[in-house]
Design a protein around this ligand. Structure first.
Ligand SMILES: Nc1ncnc2c1ncn2[C@@H]1O[C@H](COP(=O)(O)OP(=O)(O)O)[C@@H](O)[C@H]1O
Ligand SMILES: [Mg+2]
Length: 249
């Protein structure tokens, strides 16, 4: 089996008001290259918590996560940051696009970070972008990144929307920009946390189609959290997160 991602015995709890709440009680999942899996479950079941752990955005209390041979537990924060930037594309329910930047700039940002910018805070990012948007020594790299971002947006049907800020885009368009941003560094895996949860059914359906075409359709892997069983049924497998345990349906 051409395994890309394996999570074993993942446990995570939160402390709240002196009490410990066990959210994940030993969760396992395996994913092959080019495979898609859906995670469903009630609100508060721990789906986002689990996806954040898979995305190396947080660390589990127990358990191991290995992405293509890289064991998160054995990696430093800078190594994890690089892994997140290069190998993982994350899409959120509320897209988290930066409101001050155009669609094109939002898509370019992970590429700018990969270009070696040290970004420790939003203000670093903003000052870096203003610097880089002036004529710069790295003009070729920048032009290449810009062309890739433009191509991606065009492929996602947004060629006419590159200069729009997020507030001027519809919900479906915002989610397609977020997909382009997740894809700009050509990740191996896309992790999508209810990316259609904020959209009407027909728009959500179209956005899922575009996500599928641009992930599994191009040999990448996808884990998608969704509330919608009809959408989940279009992926390669369905897992239900319940009482801290993930069960294949
Ligand atoms: N940082 C945190 N501190 C304390 N509790 C949290 C934190 N993050 C999530 N939780 C709690 O963990 C549970 C699972 O949350 P979440 O993973 O967001 O669920 P889901 O995505 O399935 O709706 C919820 O009860 C939530 O309130
Ligand atoms: Mg959630």
């Amino acid at each position: 089996m051409n395994k890309l991602l394996a999570a074993k015995n993942i446990q995570k709890s939160y402390k709240s008001g002196g009490k410990t709440i066990h959210i994940l009680r030993g969760v396992n999942i395996e994913l092959r290259k080019g495979e898609s899996q859906a995670i469903i479950g009630a609100s508060g079941a721990g789906k986002s918590t689990f996806l954040h752990l898979l995305g190396a955005l947080d660390r589990p209390d127990e358990g191991t996560i290995i992405l293509d041979g890289s064991d998160y537990q054995k990696m430093s924060e800078p190594e994890l940051a690089s892994l997140r930037n290069r190998r993982i594309g994350f899409i959120y329910q509320f897209h988290h696009l930066l409101p001050e930047f155009s669609a094109l700039e939002n898509v370019m940002i992970p590429g700018i970070i990969q270009g070696g910018a040290q970004i420790k805070s939003p203000s670093d990012l903003i000052s870096y972008i203003w610097r880089i948007f002036r004529p710069t020594i790295k003009a070729n790299l920048f032009a290449d990144l810009r062309a890739r971002a433009e191509n991606l947006l065009a492929e996602l049907g947004l060629a006419e929307r590159t200069t729009h800020r997020p507030a001027k885009l519809s919900g479906g368009e915002q989610q397609r920009v977020a997909l382009a941003r997740a894809l700009i560094n050509n990740p191996d895996i896309v992790l999508a946390d209810e990316p259609t949860g904020n959209l009407d059914l027909s728009t959500g359906d179209k956005v899922l189609e575009v996500i599928l075409q641009n992930t599994v359709g191009k040999g990448k892997s996808l884990i998608l959290v969704t509330h919608n069983p009809d959408l989940a049924a279009r992926l390669g497998g369905i897992h239900l997160l319940k009482n801290g345990i993930l069960q294949r349906q």
